[in-house]
Every structure is written in C-alpha cells, then in structure tokens.
Design a protein around this ligand. Structure first.
Ligand code: CP
Length: 348
C-alpha cells in the first residue's frame, strides 16, 4: 500500500522502517550499518562525503537537553548535503496544542526523517504510528539505539590484537539505565557477552532479561547481573554512565550512597579489568561521581573516540533509513521543472 505521498518523499510502506531499539535489527543488519559507518568515516577523513541527503531535512524533536545526539545529527545532515531543524519542546505544539500523531503527520510532509528525544517511552512510539518517514529514537528513557551503533563501532575500532567483537565481554558499571538496557540487548543480539555490575536494588528488571535470554539462545552470548566488582577481571570493555538521570535528581543522594565508592570507575578498577581492556562512557561524565578524571583520560579510555563516532553513526543512520526514497532526480526531470518554472516566471 502506498502512503499518501508528501512533496519530499515517495515512500512505499514496505520500505518504511523506524529505529526504536537496536533489538529490532538482525546481526546482519547491524553489520550493514557498521560497514556503512566505516565507508562514511573514511569518506569524512578525505573530506569527500557524497551528498546522499542533498536538499533533504531532518526534523529533530528534543524534549530534553543533549550535546552529542543533537550536534551529531545536525552535523551529519550538513555533511551529507542536507539540513536539520532543531525543535525543542517550547518550539512546537507536540502533545500540548496538537496531538503527537498530528505532529508526526505534519513533520512527515516537510521532513525526510524525524529524530526524537522524548521524556517517556511512549511518545516516540506514538510518533512512529503516524509518521510516514523514518522515526529515529534519540533516547526515550527506555532505549538509546543511536548510542549503541557508536558504541559497537568504537569497540570494533579498538579491538585487541587478533580479537573479534564476539570475543568481548562488556561490563556496565552501575544502574539499569537506558544505555545499560540497550547495551544488554545489543550485545546479546550481536553475540557479545555482557555484565551489569551494580548494587542489587538497581539491577536489570526481569522483562529485559527475558528479551536478552531470547537473544542469547540465538547468538550464543552470555550475560550476568551481579553486585560483585571482582567480575570486572573477566571484562574486556568497562562502560560508564551517570548514576542518575535528570528526572532522578531527587534520588541523587540515595543513589550516590548506593553506588559510591564501589562502582566508581577508577584507574584502580581499570587495572583489575582483563588485560588490554578499554573504557567507554556514553558521556556526559561526572568526574566527581561515576568516574574519575584520571580514568576518563587514561590511555585505555576511548570515550572521546566513542563520542566522535556518534557523528559517524548518525551519518550512517540517515543514509540507511532514507536510502529507498532519497534519490537525486535525473538531470532531465530537474530541467523539465526548471523550464516550466522559468516559462511561468517570464510571464509575470
Ligand atoms: N550520550 C548522549 O546521548 O549524550 P547527549 O545527552 O549529550 O546527547
């Protein structure tokens, strides 16, 4: 069935895919996205990125603050020859004077992809139900899929000699955050072993573990949820994230008391990890809480490469999800329109 077309797109429903979680993609599809990232990163090194999103627009709904996700999508759109419009909560009517569904319909007719960072797990889902262009989840408090692509790509770039991604074991230090949950599912889907190391009260909920179990049956990966920081010795990747999100500031003292000092990433903790272990952090980092400055800037830290790879990932995401309909018109079609418009203008 054909979706009513907008001026910007001509998209068949079968080609329309959204990115809500990484768990909805197969390992082969994740590999395709990683390969596209490599091609685009190489093109960027030569300042020769093809204009694969020329004259196209990303509509970016951001209900919450962001440095990396916002800037990387805006820069990615520019590098690909397109443009991004930043729409904060106060700029648009989303869910207030206009339904989420109507906002999705309208943006779909003016933009070629929608990125949404929302304050709950439902708004982005609702956008996908009415949007006729791809909706990309830029963090919805449940999942953070665009972060995952950058993370796996960074691990691949820094693999220990002779190792493959599926040889890695990732230790996430701390709370069951959107990143922790996304990592559990992305790693187990891909075949990477995963551990959440943190206090029992903040361990992963059963419903996510059931999804991970299914992934492990297919990929052969293993996961473990533990309080035992000694388990870091089995891990080739140590991963940090904030001990509380902006919506949890009223729990800050309680959370810090539960996590500090045992689960803080320090130089000493990194020395206990498996030989050659790398340190990732999704950032922003609080170097007085979940990580020390010394660890964040240690030789083993790839956190800033990881943050740069957000840009690599967003370029690949824009291209991958719009590839069926963002195509340059032929020279003839362009000329036909130009001639008709010129003829009209001459009559004015
Ligand atoms: N890691 C991450 O999503 O960063 P921002 O909140 O700055 O986008």
């Amino acid at each position: 069935m054909k979706i009513p077309s907008s001026s910007a797109t001509d998209l068949n429903k079968k080609d329309l895919r959204h990115m809500l979680t990484m768990n909805e993609f197969t390992k082969d599809e994740i590999d395709d996205m990683l390969e596209l990232m490599t091609l685009l990163k190489n093109a960027r090194k030569d300042n020769a990125i093809p204009e694969l999103f020329k004259n196209k627009t990303v509509g970016m709904i951001f209900e919450a603050g962001s440095t990396r996700t916002r800037v990387s999508f805006e820069a990615a759109a520019t590098l690909l020859g397109g443009h991004a419009i930043f729409l904060s909560k106060r700029d648009i009517h989303l869910g207030a004077k206009e339904t989420i569904e109507d906002t999705a319909r309208v943006l779909s007719r003016m933009c070629d992809v929608i990125v949404a960072r929302t304050n709950d797990g439902e708004t982005t889902q609702k956008l996908t139900e009415s949007a006729t262009v791809p909706v990309i989840n830029g963090l919805d408090t449940v999942y953070h899929p665009t972060q995952m692509l950058a993370d796996i790509f960074t691990m691949q770039e820094h693999l220990p000699e002779g190792k493959e991604l599926t040889d890695l074991t990732v230790a996430f230090m701390g709370d069951e955050t959107d990143v922790c949950r996304s990592l559990l599912l992305t790693c187990t889907k891909y075949g990477i072993n995963f551990k959440q190391i943190g206090p029992k009260k903040y361990h992963m909920e059963e419903k996510w573990l059931q999804l991970a179990d299914k992934n492990c049956q297919e990929s052969g990966a293993h996961y473990e949820i533990t309080e035992d920081t000694k388990k870091v010795s089995e891990c080739t990747v140590v991963y940090g994230d904030s001990f509380y999100w902006t919506t949890q500031v009223d729990e800050k003292e309680e959370r810090l008391a539960a996590f500090m000092p045992d689960y803080v990433i320090t130089k000493e903790l990194m020395e206990k990890a498996a030989p050659g272990a790398m340190l990732l952090h999704c950032l922003p980092a609080n170097d007085k809480e979940e990580i020390t400055r010394e660890a964040l800037e240690g030789d083993y830290s790839v956190a800033f490469d990881q943050s740069e790879n957000r840009l690599t990932a967003q370029m690949a995401i824009i291209v991958y999800f719009t590839r069926h309909y963002v195509k340059d018109p032929s020279k003839e079609v362009r000329e036909q329109h130009q001639n008709k418009i010129n003829a009209f203008l001459e009559k004015l």
